[in-house]
Design a protein around this ligand. Sequence first.
Ligand code: FAD
Length: 438
Amino acid sequence: MASNNPSYLIIGAGVFGVSTAYHLIQKYPNASVTLVDRDAYDADSRVAASWDWNKVVRADYDDKVYCKLALEAQDIFKSDPLWKPYFHQTGVYWNCRSDYAQNVISHHKELGRNDDIIALPVAKARKLYGGIFDNADYTGVKEVLINRASGWAAAGDALTAVTKRCVELGAKYVVAEVASLEFDGRGSCTGVQTKSGERLSATHVVVAAGSFTPTLLEWSAAKSGNPGLKAGERILAAGITTGMAQLNEEQLKKYKDMPVGFQGYTPEEGKPFIGSLPPTKDGEMKWWGSKIFTNTREVLPGRYISSPPPTHDYNQWKVPGPLKQDIVESRNLWYGPESATWEMKKHRICWDAFTTTSDFIISPHSASKGLYVASCGSFHGYKFFPVLGKYIVQMMEDELAPELVERWAWDRQRPDSSQNVEYPNAEMRHLLEPTAKL
Ligand SMILES: Cc1cc2nc3c(=O)[nH]c(=O)nc-3n(C[C@H](O)[C@H](O)[C@H](O)COP(=O)(O)OP(=O)(O)OC[C@H]3O[C@@H](n4cnc5c(N)ncnc54)[C@H](O)[C@@H]3O)c2cc1C
């Protein structure tokens, strides 16, 4: 370790930050571990992407690295008493328009997993689960991947429970908005300054601020005069709309045992995968839209980058009409005409940080000693909650496997986003005022 008395300051209490705190406080029960977040962990409303009614927890990856990691995390969700109450093993039903299903199945075989995972022809699959997906869009679908081992987690509830456990184990939780990172005369990171002027210091500072990470690094670069701190092309903040319908008793009866549904698309079709989750305990069914949008704005005089709206709640509950329409269109990909009468209960814009490859960034920051970045969930980070911190601690201690060091590096060559259907595909203001583009 860099110091005899290491201390840890983690900016952001989403899954990247909380998992880091959880692994640190277990490994070093006497260390000073502090989480700082703009929202209290038990607040009624939070901006964290990780704070949600539910998130899919699956290991159906055609990328072997994430497949393995997701299996490791899912095993904890299924067996550890801290996580288990939040996991629901409903299975997934995935309309595949590429060789996705076969790739996933072969990874699971190679990893020695005997999960109940199969690929079925469309005609056979659509009869399953009482035919609830019979009205879905099967255009271009090659086969349907069914994995009964996957499911979803009550995301916000699990996040609260694990944060609470960190605090019980001795971690501190500070509610404050971080305005900038602080540095000593040699450029090493020494802590943060909050918006109200308070200083928090530590030997190790981890930026896990999700979609706000690029903005915080811009502010810190300007204040410190170190332009190397900026994220630049590495990280793009973007939002996705989610909608929730309140099902009535009869609808609930029909959908209560449904699996998670995915419509998977190819780069040629130009859509991200669209997911729909089973009803929550309150009978609300959630799905998301197909538009993943940046919000380019001036974060400093003359400096424009994508950043969530500059209000405390990122305007996440103020969802404009065109984005609600995106939700209607996604619903129609699954449930057909009968769903037109469903009562829409909630809409939310959820902000996350993206890389062109959807790889996380879990890395020392190359522009400052003592500074680390743990972010870029890229629309798929939640499911790794139980294990993220293990790898983030390994990274800080220089013990990460070379393959992961390379994947998650701050400085690495990245391909462009053209083959990544989950990369942001629009600018928010263009979606709201389509004529502005003309
Ligand atoms: C619509 C949608 C659906 C998704 N569905 C899934 C899914 O089904 N399964 C899955 O695995 N993943 C899913 N994801 C991805 C997943 O939610 C994210 O990748 C993951 O939650 C990101 O975690 P995080 O810790 O990086 O960021 P966040 O959870 O956003 O946490 C960042 C925290 O930093 C705090 N913060 C930011 N700036 C500051 C500041 N200046 N000062 C103090 N605090 C600050 C914020 O308050 C926040 O609490 C989805 C994402 C979206 C948007």
